[in-house]
Design a protein around this ligand. Structure first.
Ligand code: TXA
Ligand code: MG
Length: 322
């Protein structure tokens, strides 16, 4: 199959929307990362998403809408979700709610709940307004860094899907924050584009059950966000990073160091954690393309977007923390 990159013209968005309605797959931009979309109501299309990505079928997809009111088609909306939606949607937030019958189990990995999200990217919103609910995971091959440009999607899925809508580089650069609102007490399932502090500011203290600790144990279920190069997360400052760099270089491993500029040792320097998050997945992919064997990622701040980015760095590293 020839994969065509579509400029986001009204005509091309109509073409992409009709592909979705006919049970096909289309990759589309969001402000977090690119998604690999299919109709949220089509079981067969959802199965092909798992196949194309090489994703385990028990890992559910997020259903995307152009506005939160439309999510009533898919789930039972409650007051916690409404409050979060009123402050953060459209934006990099996903809420998990009890699913309605319209959504097939193929989308939810067999669960009685469904994750819903309203992206703020204008191209995503225009596309979603033409399609209705679109179920989508990130548009990367499973285990690879998430895609933040049309070129990343083409690298992973070229030849496997008909269309990629090009919406430029994703502004946030890491995935949405996921809050489970399906139980009496909301819980954080994944850190992401909306910092946890802002969630707590809106709905009060919540339980944190994010999966990041799983990545620290050798038996972690799924590998994640991993380039070919070995990733090390450096939490111990510039000297520790410089020592690791020297050790790897002595062994002949071509090594890259990245982080926010005042860490001193980085070859790739970001002005702050927001820029680091925006560039992170792209930097991993570039390092692979440039033949690096190891990447030392300086830890970001432990609050705000930095805490979400640290979660991705830990997972990329498979728990190799210095
Ligand atoms: O920013 C994002 O969320 C991006 C863009 C494309 O919207 N999407 C994304 O999808 O990151 P994906 O498939 O890479 O991650 C979705 C996460 C998975 O960890 C999945 O387990 C979780 O959402 N999830 C989906 N439905 C769920 C549910 N019903 N209950 C709990 N977790 C759920
Ligand atoms: Mg993903």
């Amino acid at each position: 199959m020839n994969t065509v990159i579509l400029a986001p013209t009204p005509q091309n968005l109509r073409l992409a929307a009709s592909e979705i309605k006919n049970g096909g797959l289309v990759a589309f931009p969001t402000e977090t990362v690119y998604g690999l979309g299919c109709s949220a109501y089509c079981e067969r299309a959802a199965r092909s998403v798992y196949e194309v990505k090489g994703r385990p079928s028990d890992n559910p997809l997020i259903v995307h809408f152009s506005e939160f009111a439309a999510a009533e088609e898919a789930c039972r909306v409650n007051s916690a979700a409404k409050l979060l939606a009123s402050r953060f949607m459209p934006g990099p937030l996903t809420v998990v709610l009890s699913k309605k019958e319209s959504i097939p189990y193929a989308v939810t990995g067999g669960l009685e709940t469904v994750a819903v999200r309203v992206p703020s990217h204008p191209v995503a919103r225009e596309f979603l307004a033409l399609t209705g609910g679109v179920a989508a995971p990130s548009a990367n091959t499973s285990t690879k860094p998430s895609p933040t440009s049309a070129a990343h999607v083409l690298d992973d899925l070229g030849g496997k899907i008909p269309y990629i809508i090009d919406g430029g580089s994703s502004a946030v650069g890491i995935e949405s924050t996921i809050i489970d609102c399906s139980q009496a007490k909301p819980r954080l399932l994944r850190r992401g584009g909306i910092p946890l502090e802002q969630i707590i500011d809106t709905i009060g203290e919540i339980e944190v059950v994010e999966h990041s600790s799983v990545a620290l144990s050798p038996g972690m279920k799924y590998k994640h966000y991993a380039p070919v190069a070995e990733v090390y997360m450096c939490r111990s400052g510039a000297r520790a990073a410089a020592e690791k760099f020297a050790e790897l270089s002595d062994k002949g491993v071509h090594t890259l160091v990245m982080g926010v500029k005042d860490s001193g040792v980085s070859q790739i320097k970001f002005k702050d954690d927001a820029e680091y998050a925006h560039c992170y997945f792209d930097a991993l992919r570039r390092a692979d393309a440039e033949g690096y064997g190891a990447i030392i990622c300086m830890a970001a701040e432990d609050g705000g977007i930095g805490a979400s980015l640290n979660n991705r760095i830990i997972k990329s590293s498979g728990g190799k923390i210095i």
